[in-house]
Design a protein around this ligand. Structure first.
Ligand code: CTP
Ligand code: MG
Length: 240
């Protein structure tokens, strides 16, 4: 089975504050995108990687990834395409570039730079084993409440049934294509922030496997601090 990694990396990073697009901001001196692509390229089961870059940075991202150290075990080919106005459109643009022979696709956010390559392989194995859609998820540790427009709590959600889902998310290629096709035809409704959300609308079961705390998303400046601290721990343990 041939498996592609698709990396949406075209976001602005507005919640990080002014500066470069998020995928190009530095963590311990290297762009987030380089870490995220390395997680896929070091994984054993990924054959090709397609990155959706900010539209005005395509040549720069190509040059960056050509020059980057993507890991001693890196074997996947890396392609760079122009991303879109939304995450969904960026994934779609990268999917359109995935070669015909690919059977399964893992979508991995550039904004999750420190996802372990073991997690990538765990998702890839689950899809290779026959599941149509697989997401990593973690139990939720906060108490979660639903709140009305008036700021008053309407109810408390049973935490035991919740999972905070991450990327990489893995899909049979035909399933992911069908989900994006349907989404392109039917705009409207609440925003869908991940690919599994589009697959759920098709009625295809989405399986959850254990996620990794290290696959957290860099969204705010505090997340950059966490990520640099984790990198320092990994370097101390001689793992990067
Ligand atoms: N993304 C993308 N194309 C877009 C918007 C987002 O490829 N038009 C990607 C981001 O680069 C990121 C992932 O989708 O890797 C998750 O998005 P998010 O964390 O929201 O990143 P940003 O959109 O960059 O951040 P913000 O919402 O704070 O601007
Ligand atoms: Mg965003």
């Amino acid at each position: 089975m041939s498996i592609a990694g698709v990396v949406p990396a075209a976001g602005r990073g507005e919640r990080l504050g002014p500066g470069e697009p998020k995928a190009l901001r530095l963590l311990a001196g290297r762009p987030l995108l380089v870490y995220a692509v390395r997680a896929l390229s070091v994984a054993q089961l990924i054959d090709i990687i397609v990155v959706a870059a900010p539209p005005d940075r395509v040549p720069a991202v190509r040059a960056l990834l050509c020059a980057a150290d993507l890991g001693a075990r890196a074997s996947a080919e890396v392609h760079v395409v122009s991303g879109g106005m939304t995450r969904q459109l960026s994934v779609r643009a990268a999917l359109d570039h995935v070669p015909d022979e690919v059977d399964a696709v893992l979508v991995h956010d550039a904004a999750r730079p420190l996802a372990p390559s073991e997690l990538v392989d765990a998702v890839a194995r689950a899809v290779r084993g026959g599941l149509p859609a697989v997401v990593p998820g973690l139990p939720v540790s906060d108490t979660v409440k639903r709140v009305g427009a008036d700021g008053v709590v309407t109810d408390t959600v049973d935490r035991a049934t919740l999972r905070a889902v991450q990327t990489p998310q893995g899909f049979r290629r035909d399933v992911l294509y069908a989900a994006h096709q349907r989404a392109a035809e039917q705009s409207g409704g609440p925003p869908v922030t991940d690919d599994a959300g589009l697959v759920e609308r098709l009625g295809v079961p989405v399986h959850v496997i254990p996620g990794s705390e290290e696959a957290f998303k860099v969204t705010t400046p505090l997340d950059v601090t966490f990520a640099e601290a984790l990198l320092a721990v990994r370097r101390g343990a001689d793992v990067c």
